[in-house]
Write a protein that binds this ligand. Structure first.
Ligand code: CS2
Ligand code: MN
Length: 362
């Protein structure tokens, strides 16, 4: 298991590589070319420069999150093949530079959605939170403004201002894209890119939809164990798999995360591990990583990953804003560093306990 932190790049992230390097047990980062627009070909020089910057800081570039997918591919407009060609060229360029993990999502229009980016908790920390009732009062055309207000001046991942400026056109584009059509479009995309992924051994790890249900009437398909299994079985390739994001999947309290992990044995290429607090249906807050702070049993989650032989890249996911830090919501240094240390601690004890059990049995 390789513990990493997500890093958005110099100029986009308040956290530095030097700070990340000092977190015990963190060996690398997951990054992206943050100024690239969905649909663009990523230039080799830029990928190389990113890799060099990370390596010069004593870390490894362990994957990309995300190479975002152009809406023409998700909605299957006549331009989709051109954009898939561009995506393939980006994969070739990444492969040539030794990148073997790409996280992506297939959500129409919006990436993750929240009703509040800085909900204050009793201890003064703030967290991202979701309340369906509040979301229902927002006109999706104004969603960007409401998100922007508490973004601390940062551009949020998946909320590119240029794309959001065309929100009405985007909604029109997806008018007839129901779940079945979206699955078909995803299949078409994967079938076209898999030969390149196999050639360069690039694992494509789809991120579950967050929250795990339809928002603003837009279809969402990566929302449950059954649908994740449908995805992995739909295109048979060693490079077709998932990002196991515990917080996204657990937005639905019915989901049994350790069970989902076990059912996806061999297909989890990347893990995002974080905790949430469930309230009534359609309402949840993010939390510190500790089991005691939220509704998820983080020991059972890490144990399930251990049991299926997970050996991929992992990262703490969104953290709280604490100790006065001003950062991109969810992506400050302090709480994610605490999260990494905690997850490493759980992992060490699981590994050692399993070994001592085997010895006792012998
Ligand atoms: C989010 C997403 O949950 C998360 O990790 O911050 O923005 C995620 O990075 C994308 O959906 C992956 O494409
Ligand atoms: Mn995630």
């Amino acid at each position: 298991m390789d513990m990493t932190l997500r890093w958005f790049g110099t100029g986009y992230d308040s956290v530095t590589l030097e700070q990340i390097r000092q977190i015990p047990g963190v060996k690398g980062v997951i990054s992206t070319l943050y100024d690239s627009k969905p649909g663009e070909v990523w230039e080799v020089e830029k990928i190389r420069a990113l890799k060099k910057e990370v390596e010069d800081a004593g870390l490894a570039l362990m994957g990309i999150e995300s190479v975002n997918i152009h809406d023409a591919i998700k909605a299957a407009t006549p331009e989709r093949d051109q954009y898939i060609d561009n995506y393939i060229q980006t994969l070739i360029n990444l492969g040539e530079e030794g990148i073997h993990l790409v996280c992506y999502n297939f959500m129409p229009v919006f990436d993750w959605t929240r009703s509040d980016l800085a909900k204050e908790r009793a201890d003064g920390s703030t967290v991202l939170s979701y309340d369906q009732e509040l979301i229902d009062t927002i006109d999706p055309g104004n969603m960007m403004e409401s998100i922007d207000e508490k973004a601390n001046g940062f551009i949020l991942p998946g909320w590119e201002p240029d794309r959001m400026a065309k929100i009405k056109e985007l909604f029109q584009m997806y008018q007839d894209v129901n779940e079945e059509v979206l699955f078909e479009n995803l299949k078409y995309f994967l079938e076209r890119i898999m030969p390149t992924c196999e050639k360069y051994d690039i694992k494509m790890a789809i991120h579950p939809d967050d929250p795990a249900w339809s928002v603003f009437g837009l279809s969402r398909i990566m929302t449950s164990k059954e649908k994740l299994l449908r995805l992995v079985n739909m295109v048979d390739s060693p490079c077709n798999g998932v990002t196991l994001c515990t917080g996204s999947l657990a937005s639905n309290p019915e989901h049994d995360i350790p069970d989902i992990i076990r059912s996806l044995k061999g297909k989890i290429f990347f893990a995002h591990v974080r905790n949430v607090i469930h309230h009534e249906a359609g309402k949840f807050d993010e939390a510190a990583h500790l089991s005691s702070d939220g509704s998820l049993d983080m020991f059972e989650i890490m144990k399930a990953l251990y049991d299926i032989g997970f050996d991929g890249v992992i990262r703490p996911d969104h953290g709280r804003a604490i100790w006065g830090e001003v950062a991109m919501p969810g992506y400050g240094l302090y709480d994610r560093a605490l999260g990494a240390a905690y997850l490493n601690g759980l992992w060490e004890s699981i590994v050692k306990m399993s070994k001592s059990c085997i010895q006792t049995e012998l």
